[in-house]
Design a protein around this ligand. Structure first.
Ligand code: UD1
Ligand code: UDP
Length: 353
């Protein structure tokens, strides 16, 4: 089986690492295409190096830009590659501009589309990712959903064919690389952090990161508690964060984005994670670390239902209370699978060929 896989942004590197490995192990031919949406060394190369992702066969180098320019450049580049390579399948991950570009290019060329991490919904169309997910799911042939909730989301939109509940490939990555991180990462020592005595902060959603007043509110409330805060800052908001922090007193330490191994340890040993990332919320649950999500809604509803994650986007004032006394979580379950999702996906793909 010949497959073209599309990646481009940090969360896709994390997911592709285990799927590429499973494709190779099963003897399939994978042509890897990196749109280059993320390009800084610590947003891209570090993941290839640490996670053993193969060198891409094509690098489109689309870089940063508006949604239309980024998506259009990816679409044109991917179309050329698909015409040349003529794969049986294209694999797209998640909900970024690389996802929708890959799916659109393939659909018009009648190349079958497999969407990994299908069926997720925030029901907030102000998020660019929500648009990307909906469109990609509608035109995909195989929808690999992580959970039953995601399957039901699709059913409610009339999508029932080609849907497979396979767990989440991010569990595969987390399980495989947390063990490696325990041996290799020195991040706690280099940042002088004591286990379970620091807060890990990540903020990069446009609704939080692109406005001075909103970001200031978040940094003020998070930084005013007694627990030290470490904030690997996404380049999108670096300048704004540093400017705002220079006007505030508080305990927020900004560092550059970290590689996956360092991130696994930072998440696992945090007292609490405060984030607006999709992947980081889920990873908090998998590491059994308390999480506060700075959004009004989440796609990863199981984390909230089980009591490991609380939504504080509309009530930032609740953050200090959660930090001093986090309600005992109700349960923990393997909603996201047991770490064998990539293998299952590759088997289903090969059988659907
Ligand atoms: C993208 C995804 C988002 C995902 C996030 C993960 C879309 C619509 N959004 O958002 O779903 O959660 O990646 O991290 O695809 N920049 C750099 N260097 C880089 C990359 C980005 O400096 O290597 C800066 C640029 O100023 C750029 C900005 O960050 O304009 C935003 O990058 P972009 O890829 O457009 O969106 P993300 O916020 O990263
Ligand atoms: N991540 C990382 N280093 C960082 C921030 C994030 O390795 O400094 C990892 C994180 O653990 C997750 C992935 O990047 O596996 C995607 O997270 P991100 O917040 O970028 O995207 P989202 O999941 O919100 O789309």
């Amino acid at each position: 089986m010949k497959v073209v896989t599309i990646i481009g942004a940090r969360p896709q590197f994390v997911k592709a690492a285990v799927v590429s490995e499973a494709l190779k192990a099963a003897g399939h031919e994978e042509i890897l295409v990196n749109t280059g949406q993320h390009y800084d060394e610590n947003m891209a190369k570090v993941f290839f190096d640490e996670m053993g992702i193969p060198k891409p066969d094509y690098d489109l180098g689309v870089g940063s830009g508006t949604h239309a320019s980024q998506t259009a450049a990816s679409l044109i580049g991917i179309e050329d590659i698909l015409i040349k390579e003529r794969p049986e399948w294209i694999i797209v991950f998640g909900d970024t501009n690389a996802t929708i570009a890959g799916a659109l290019a393939a659909a018009k060329l009648h190349i079958k589309i497999a969407h990994i991490e299908a069926g997720l919904r925030s029901y907030n169309r102000l998020m660019p990712e929500e648009i990307n997910r909906i469109v990609t799911d509608v035109i995909s042939d195989l929808k690999f959903v992580p959970t039953d909730v995601a399957r039901v989301n699709l059913q409610q939109e009339g999508i029932t064919e080609g849907v497979h509940i396979v767990g989440d490939v991010m569990v595969d990555s987390l399980k495989k690389f947390t063990v490696v991180a325990e041996n290799k990462s020195k991040i706690l020592e280099t940042q002088n952090l004591e286990k379970k005595k620091y807060i890990l902060l990540t903020i990069h959603r446009p609704s939080n990161a692109d406005s001075d007043s909103r970001l200031k509110e978040i940094l003020e409330v998070v930084g005013s508690n007694k627990i030290p805060v470490i904030f690997p800052v996404h380049p999108r908001s670096r300048a704004r964060v540093l400017r705002i922090l220079s006007e505030l007193s508080g305990h927020v330490k900004v560092i550059d984005p970290v590689g996956y191994l360092d991130m696994m340890l930072l998440e696992k040993y945090a007292h609490t994670i405060i984030t607006d990332s999709g992947g980081v919320q889920k990873e908090a649950y998998l590491h059994k670390t308390h999480c506060l999500t700075v959004r009004g809604e989440t796609e990863w509803v199981e984390t909230v239902q089980d009591g490991w994650n609380h939504l504080v986007g509309k009530s930032l004032g609740d953050i200090p209370g959660f930090l001093s006394s986090f309600p005992e979580p109700k349960r923990w379950g393997t909603h996201y699978g047991k770490g064998d999702s990539a293998k299952t996906i590759v088997e289903i793909l090969a059988n659907s060929n």
